[in-house]
Design a protein around this ligand. Structure first.
Ligand code: SF4
Length: 368
């Protein structure tokens, strides 16, 4: 008897970059060549093979002359590069995972709260790393070494965890790169020296290529979800929230462990009803026995991210009013503006009860 075909809803949003820059070293790498083949198949015509490994300055080289034009041009540009060796040493990424495992930096979407605004500098092009095969081959020594999940009483069963969504949305670019599929297959089939898990989170829905992969239950695909009005107002050029939920159902039926990244949580008008409807919609698509985790991240901003976001989205209606926030100071003097204690407590209490009620099988990983 053959297994029933796994069905995926059609993707609702596929990015076509206007311009692709490819460095010489990237074009020589096997993953770089696979990406080039995908770009050709996707009909991306403006692909520039550079004579060396330096990217041109986007301003003045077709990138627009004013800041706005340069920003939009950068957002529509993909670069295929080999990152500097300093990127090879994997860093911890609390509270999500033991290690950050990047396949790219940058994202073509336009979320007006984008967390990348506070962490990446320079023009916001999407840089795809061409050395993926070498990176994957070099992961064994990290197994058993992490501090966030490895060996911990709460999350030790996840093994050593690798987070692929720190600086990009891996599914936003998957149709052009195949990088996430390559990672999923490697995690699913490699003879690892100990238990491991790949983690990725996304605001996209293009999951068809992932469903039949030999994932071995070693990749947890999480979907970044929000109240419908937050998605509509602030998450430009992403897949709609209902489409992400349909994709979540599809990967859960394909046997992937799955997760919800509910982020950034905002106490918008009617938030209880809106987040309640979100959790109900999730419960409706998950098959019985789904291995489900939940991560909850409230909205926050830093002075630097606010400045960058206002520069990128000057007309945004996103609330970034310091006087309505509590200031949290980090060890090295960093400043973060979060919701006041009472708002946090109200949100958290509601979410914990709503999750226990609507998704009782879910494992709650953290609230921040
Ligand atoms: S999908 Fe994620 S990475 Fe992309 S713009 Fe939105 S918040 Fe930023």
């Amino acid at each position: 008897m053959t297994a029933p075909a796994l069905e995926a809803p059609a993707p609702t949003r596929l990015w076509t970059p206007r311009r692709v820059l490819v460095t010489r070293s990237a074009a020589e790498r096997p993953h770089g060549q696979r990406v080039l083949a995908r770009l050709e198949a996707a009909g991306v015509s403006d692909v520039e093979l550079l004579p060396g490994d330096r990217l041109p300055n986007l301003r003045g080289s077709g990138g627009g002359t004013d800041d706005r034009a340069a920003f939009m041009a950068a957002k529509d540009t993909m670069a295929l590069v080999v990152p500097p060796p300093s990127k090879r040493k994997l860093q911890p990424i609390p509270p999500s995972a033991d290690f950050r495992l990047d396949l790219a930096e940058g994202c073509p979407a336009h979320c007006q709260y984008c967390y990348l605004a506070g962490s990446l500098s320079g023009p916001p092009i999407t840089r795809v790393w061409a050395d993926l095969d070498e990176v994957l081959e070099g992961l064994d020594p990290y197994v058993g070494q992490g501090r966030i999940t490895t060996g911990t009483p709460e999350r030790g069963d996840e093994g050593t965890t690798f987070e692929a969504s720190c600086y990009t949305d891996p599914l936003a670019i998957e149709h052009l790169t195949g990088g996430l599929s390559r990672m999923v297959e490697h995690f699913g089939t490699h003879a690892w020296p100990g238990p491991v898990q790949l983690r990725a989170t996304t605001k996209f829905d293009d999951v068809a290529g992932l469903l039949g992969l030999p994932h071995g239950g070693r990749t947890r695909l999480r979907f970044s979800l929000n109240a419908a009005s937050v998605g509509r107002r602030f998450e430009g050029a992403t897949s709609r929230v209902d489409a992400r939920i349909a994709a979540l159902g599809a990967v859960a039926r394909a046997g992937y462990p799955v997760g919800l990244t509910i982020a950034p949580i905002m106490p918008v008008e009617g938030w209880r009803e809106e987040y309640g409807a979100l959790l109900d919609a999730v419960a409706a698509v998950l098959p019985a026995g789904t291995d489900l985790t939940v991560e909850c991240i409230t909205h926050r901003f830093t002075p630097g991210s606010k400045e960058t976001l206002l520069d990128w989205y000057p007309r945004t209606k996103l609330e970034m009013d310091e006087s309505r926030r509590t200031t949290k100071r980090g060890k090295f003097g960093s400043v973060k503006h979060v919701y006041p204690k009472e708002t946090m407590a109200e949100l958290r209490t509601w979410f914990e009860a709503a999750l226990a009620d609507r998704l009782p099988q879910a494992r709650f990983l953290y609230w921040t």
